[in-house]
Each structure stands twice: as C-alpha cells, then as structure tokens.
Design a protein around this ligand. Structure first.
Ligand code: LMR
Length: 330
C-alpha cells in the first residue's frame, strides 16, 4: 500500500513537472506569406520575428513561411480561420468575401501616390476598415505598403487600345476583373505562386504588379515590356485570428501589438525604396523595357477604367470613396 502510494506520488510529481514544462512552452506564431523575403512584406515578417523573439524570449517563437511554402494565397485565409496559421498579410485585393468596403483599395487610379494611401489608411475610414472583420473572426493589426502597380506584357502597352484582347492575370478580386474588362482585355484569376509560369507558358499574356513583385518573381524575364502606369495599389493588411489574439496572455498581446506597430512603421518607410531598387535592377538586367507614359496617355488609361468605380460604389460606400479622394488633396 505504502509502495503504491510512493509510486503514485512519483507519478503525480512527474506529471506535475510535465505540466509545468508545458505551461512554459513558447507560444508558436506561424506567419505565412506568398512573396519572396527581400520584398516589403518578406522583410516585415522577418523583422516581426526578430523583435518578438528578442523581446519575448522563451515566451514567443515566430516561424516565417515565405513564397507560399506553407499556404498559397487561395488557402491562407481559410488556414488562419482554422488556426493552422496565426499571422498572414494578404493583399487588400483578397478580402472581398469578408468585407466589401475593403474593395476600395482596388479601385483603379484612386490614389495619386503612396503618401495619399498612407493618409487614408491612418484616417478614420482606413481604421474602420481595419476593424471591419472582427465579426468574421479576423482582427486587422495594420496596413503594410508594397506599392503602386505597373502593367506588363510582351508587347508595349502605351494606350488602353494596346491591352485589348490580351489575357491578364488578376488576383481574386471582382474589381480587378472589371478593370481589365473595361480595357476589353481578358482577366484570368490565378494564384500568385503560379504567375511566373502562367506568363512563361502564355496561359496569360500580361500582369499588374509592383516592381518588387515583378523582380523577385523574375517576371521581367518573361515580360518584354513594363509600363510604369502606377494605376492601382498593392498593399497588405496584416491579420490574425481574433480568438487566438484575444486568448493571448495580456502582457504578450500588448508587447506583440507594440512590435507590430513598430514593424508597420519600418515596412512603410522602406517599401518605396525597395520598389525603386528593384526597378533599377530590372533596368540593369536589360531583360525588360520600362515604358514611361505621357500625361495624355495616362489620362486615357484612367478614363477607360474609371467607370469601374460606379459599379462598386454601392458595395464600397460613396462616402468612403470621397474620403479616399480627399486624401489626395491633403
Ligand atoms: C498578388 O497575388 O499579386 C499579390 O497579392 C502577392 C503579394 O502578396 O504581394
């Protein structure tokens, strides 16, 4: 009897220790994304890992999975909601099933430059949109810039007529779909990880991307021309699973929030320089010619696609569109 009790005691002690060891296990945060590491988002994810592990040693571990190595962009949102990944930063084009007003960021020629985007995102409407998916279990933690998009193809695109009949890869976005239809081109929805091959094999003839995505995916090697159109935005919302986030110990959540704010400032400070660096690298490669538009040519593109705004005005909200336009004037 006594022997049994001692054995039980040993068992209980070791179970208790195991329990303690378990309680001290670091919280693992998987951060999955679809781009290369030397892009604005790739750098942001790595900086978040560095700061989180430095400031919360033993409490938090961050695993970063770049280049669609864990989930491609068709699956990452679902994985976040299922708790298979804790942080993702999809482009703002990929939220239409969760929040229609976020479609605003895809409207062509809405923002004059990235400074206007920044003002809008920091303003009341931008902040409202960041919080607009809480009821779906998605918490927005911040906006990260990539930059403005450029058109690319194997023929020079100078006026909207040049795009007619071409097949363009689009992200899963109804607005972007309509944008290319307005050009009388054929949009094809395709995951980011498939774009290079799609362009190489001719499944699509053209695409729209910021320079950092063109260069890091080597798209300039399979696209002879890039038109510097700056016609639309490719930015991100860093999001987490609301239940996961709210379930974190308060001190950890507060520190992670501070780190995210710090990383957001850093990413947004350097995104434009990364795009300019990659533009120069494309020029230096000699593989693709960059076409600069005259003001008249750019106006033609704008006039051709602007009717798309009306189609989405109701879903997005006219007041929100006005607020975005106002951000250009400040
Ligand atoms: C795309 O699909 O083109 C982008 O959303 C990829 C990215 O995350 O920059």
């Amino acid at each position: 009897m006594l022997k049994m009790t001692a054995k039980a005691l040993v068992c209980a002690v070791s179970l208790g220790l195991a329990g303690l060891a378990h309680a001290a296990d670091p919280i693992v945060i998987k951060f999955s994304h679809v781009v290369a590491e030397h892009t604005p988002k790739g750098q942001g994810a790595l900086l978040f890992k560095k700061l989180a592990e430095e400031r919360l040693p033993g409490k938090v571990e961050v695993e970063v999975y770049p280049n669609s190595s864990l989930f491609g962009d068709g699956k990452e949102m679902e994985a976040l909601l299922l708790g298979d990944v804790q942080l993702i930063a999809p482009s703002l084009a990929k939220f239409e099933h969760y929040s229609k007003p976020i479609q605003i960021f895809d409207l062509p020629f809405l923002f004059d430059d990235i400074e206007a985007v920044d003002r809008f995102q920091k303003g009341p409407v931008g902040q409202e949109l960041l919080a607009s998916m809480e009821d779906k279990g998605i918490t927005g933690l911040g906006y990260w810039h990539n930059g403005l998009k450029q058109l690319s193809a194997n023929k020079p695109l100078r006026t909207p007529r040049d795009a007619r009949g071409l097949k363009f890869r689009v992200q899963a976005s109804a607005v972007l779909d309509e944008q290319f239809k307005a050009l009388r081109a054929n949009p094809r929805k395709m995951s980011f990880g498939e774009v290079y091959q799609g362009l190489q094999t001719g499944v699509v003839n053209g695409a729209e991307n910021p320079y950092s995505n063109i260069y890091s995916q080597k798209m300039h090697e399979v696209q002879k021309y890039i038109t510097e159109s700056n016609h639309g935005l490719l930015d991100y919302m860093v999001i987490t699973n609301t239940k996961f986030w709210n379930g974190l110990p308060e001190d950890v959540r507060t520190e992670l929030r501070n780190i995210m704010d710090e990383v957001t400032v850093e990413v947004n400070l350097h995104a434009e320089a990364i795009n300019q660096r990659d533009k120069q690298a494309i020029i230096d490669s000699g593989r693709s010619e960059i076409i600069t538009l005259t003001k008249e040519q750019r106006d033609q593109w704008r006039d051709q696609v602007k009717p798309v705004w009306k189609k989405f005005e109701q879903e997005i909200g006219a007041e929100r569109i006005k607020a975005a336009e106002a951000a250009n004037q400040q």
